[in-house]
Design a protein around this ligand. Sequence first.
Ligand SMILES: NC(=O)c1ccc[n+]([C@@H]2O[C@H](COP(=O)([O-])OP(=O)(O)OC[C@H]3O[C@@H](n4cnc5c(N)ncnc54)[C@H](O)[C@@H]3O)[C@@H](O)[C@H]2O)c1
Ligand SMILES: O=C(O)[C@H](O)COP(=O)(O)O
Length: 526
Amino acid sequence: MPKVLISDKMDPRAAQIFRDRGVEVDEITGKTPEELIAIIGQYDGLAIRSSTKVTKAILDAATNLKVIGRAGIGVDNVDIPYASAKGVVVMNTPFGNSITTAEHAIALMFALARQLPEADASTQAGKWEKNRFMGVEVTGKTLGLIGAGNIGSIVASRALGLKMKVAAFDPFLTPERAIEIGVEKVTLDDLLAKADFITLHTPLTDQTRNILSRENLAKTKPGVRIINCARGGLIDEAALKEGLESGHIAGAALDVFAVEPAKENPLFGTPNFISTPHLGASTDEAQVNVALQVAEQLSDYLLEGGVTNALNMPSLSAEEAPKLKPYMALAEKLGSLLGQLEGDKVQGIAIEVEGHAAELNQKPITAAVLAGLMRAYSDTVNMVNAPYLAKERGLDVREVRHDREGAYQTLVRVTVQTPSGERSIAGTLFGPEQPRLVELFGIKVEADLAGNMLYIVNQDAPGFIGRIGTALGTAEVNIGTFHLGRRNQGGEAVLLLSVDGTVTEPLLWDICKLDGVKTVKLLRFG
Ligand SMILES: NC(=O)c1ccc[n+]([C@@H]2O[C@H](COP(=O)([O-])OP(=O)(O)OC[C@H]3O[C@@H](n4cnc5c(N)ncnc54)[C@H](O)[C@@H]3O)[C@@H](O)[C@H]2O)c1
Ligand SMILES: O=C(O)[C@H](O)COP(=O)(O)O
């Protein structure tokens, strides 16, 4: 039974789903990194929100970890490149809290427009300062949206409902999508110049870090009000404070901070500044959504191999996973055969699919070929990290999908480029889940790739098979299966034998010395 740790506070329904699906679950929240390191080794899955920082040290200690699920959107608390290198899938729940966060941004916009927190504090202090709190209407004002993805577009729809104009800066927003969501697509400078309110909805990346820098804040319209419910680090907090103090910025509301938890922050106490403690996703509805989703996603992966909303692996629905499973087994075996025969000589690889295989998601097939190939020289490689390791090695990977009907109902062909030229092998599925090699370097064969096998290239000649049988028999090595193929009569032939018992180095040498033998190699398949 796989075992999952929930390490951040989550709706209790998450734990219930794990149990109902047959996954053991522990809820241990509020641990220090050291405490987490001490226990993480026993878990196959980790369910988190934003508090748990999944660092290199945690991942190094997580020797059984297969998947991390973020009940929420932002995954900047997870070292994704390192998780990928370790073969750990990282998933999030990209839509579960979008409405809630968009509503928080709108709430903060109103709080700024009418100075609600200050008015509340003053009233409850018995001051009744009716003339102090003069607000602004939002109707007819321009809302500048930085980032028009899931949350940004929901904010836009709410703002349009409030009769605001919405101008959006988002380099990835197409003109068609801008029309669809009713916003004007503008440059950042345009937005800064015309927005009465600015709201941020981008992830924190190298491009967005400090997007509201001192220089850009200076370009904003006098009296602008700024809202950030996305990520700390998008705004220069010191420059924001100065802008508020000078009056150029009429108000700012931050839900997120450069350093969290923000126990101390230079902005605290600044006039017209409102803060909430990263509450964007904190509604009953959103927390139920993300908790249920993360528990289902992690269970799907751990129990069935289904991959949803992964950030470092192609998606694979729980429905698709069983169809792809035999193909991934075939692909892994083909990759493994080439890895064992060609090893680190491989410079490029092409994975072609035809027939039934061409109707499926090709990414997992490719990942399985790469994992099999690279396992020849790395035992930590798996389907998650194989594409990354291949890229790191500078391996040129090509995927080809053929519509044509070939001799087989379904076929996966793998061709590697090596300094001595191209080498190609192909496999199919028999009946309907049995991986079978059907072509080996241009020679038709029909072989299961399983257990210990001997690969022998020889000159086709009478009596050769008898001599191999005698050599193995003398060494008390039993032949399990026997597959033979040849280019033409008397030409090059390939022999694939599955063997029981140990094939020693001296035995390999004895076979090597037999008349007509060109190559002998011991292969192992899992
Ligand atoms: N405060 C909270 O509790 C809370 C809750 C949920 C999400 N978030 C955060 O909100 C942010 C947005 O979430 P989302 O679901 O809308 O993400 P999303 O991926 O759907 O949208 C992000 C948008 O930012 C755009 N973008 C990327 N780089 C940009 C750049 N350089 N300039 C302008 N736009 C750029 C993208 O094109 C995309 O449209 C994320 O950072 C997420 O972590 C915060
Ligand atoms: O990215 C998110 O989903 C939000 O930042 C929510 O974070 P939380 O789950 O810690 O509230």
